[in-house]
Design a protein around this ligand. Sequence first.
Ligand code: ADP
Ligand code: MG
Length: 268
Amino acid sequence: MSLLQVNRVNHSYNSKRFFKWKDQMNKALSDISFSIEEGKCVGLLGTSGAGKSTLGKVILGIQRPQQGQILFQGHDIYNADKRTRQMLRRDLQVVFQDSYSAVNPRMTAERIISEPLENYEKLTVGERRKTVISLLERVDLSEKDLKKYPHQFSGGQLQRINIARAISLKPKLIVLDESVSSVDMVTQSLILDLLKGLKEDFGLSYLFITHDIKAAFSISDTIGVLEKGELIQMYDSKDQFFSSKHPVVMQMKDSILAEHPRFRSIFN
Ligand SMILES: Nc1ncnc2c1ncn2[C@@H]1O[C@H](COP(=O)(O)OP(=O)(O)O)[C@@H](O)[C@H]1O
Ligand SMILES: [Mg+2]
C-alpha cells in the first residue's frame, strides 16, 4: 500500500463575475492520479498557476476536491472519522514558501516549535523544552535561539524553524510548497541538504512543490510535471526527464538553459 494515493482528483474554482451569466468554473486540477511511497520524495514541477498549491492543499486535507479521492495509509481523508482525522493532522505536515508569514511574529522560536507538541503530546514543561532544543539542534540552530523572535532570524533560519515545527510530531509526509524558493542559492542548498538528511533519518516522505528544476532534481526520487491542471508525466530519472520530447518539458529545458548555460552540469 502506498503512503499516499491521489485518485482521479478534479477541482475547479468558481470565479464569480459581475454578470451572472458570465460565471465560469476555472479548472485548477484535471483528473490527477499518482502515489507517494514511504520514504520517497515526489517533486511536483510546474510554472506559476499550474495548480501545484491547489494540489498541495487537496492533499493536506484543506481543500476538498469536487471529484476524486485522497487515500493516506488507505484512509480516505475527506471521509474519515474523528480519530483518523486527528491521526492525519499529526502525520501530514506542511512548510510554505514565506517563512515570515507562516509564524506569529509575537511568538518566540520556542513557542513556535512547541505549539504542535502542546496540542498533541503530554509532556512536562522540562521535557518539552528538551525536545525543542533537540529539534533546534537538528536543524542546525541552538539553545541560544529559544527566546528569539521571528524578526531576529534570517529567512533561511526561520525556514529551519518552520521545518523543526513540521517534524516535531514525527510526521510521515511533509508537503513543501516552494519552501526553498525565496532564499538565496547557498541557503537553498543548505536547506535541501537538511531536508535530505531528515528524510533519511526519519524515513520521511515529501511532496516537494516547486517551479525550480534544479531544486526539484536535487531532492526528488520521482518528478511529476504539472501544466494547466494536468499531470502530464511522471519521470523517474533525470535522463527520462531530459530526453522527454513533451513540448512542456522541452520548453522548461529551453528556458533554464537559455538563462543559465552553466546549469547544463545538473543534467549530468
Ligand atoms: N482561492 C482561489 N480562488 C479562485 N481561483 C484560484 C484560487 N486559488 C488558485 N486559483 C486559480 O487556480 C489556478 C491554480 O493555482 P495554484 O494552485 O495556486 O497554482 P500554482 O501553485 O501552481 O501557482 C490558477 O489559475 C489560480 O488563479
Ligand atoms: Mg503555488
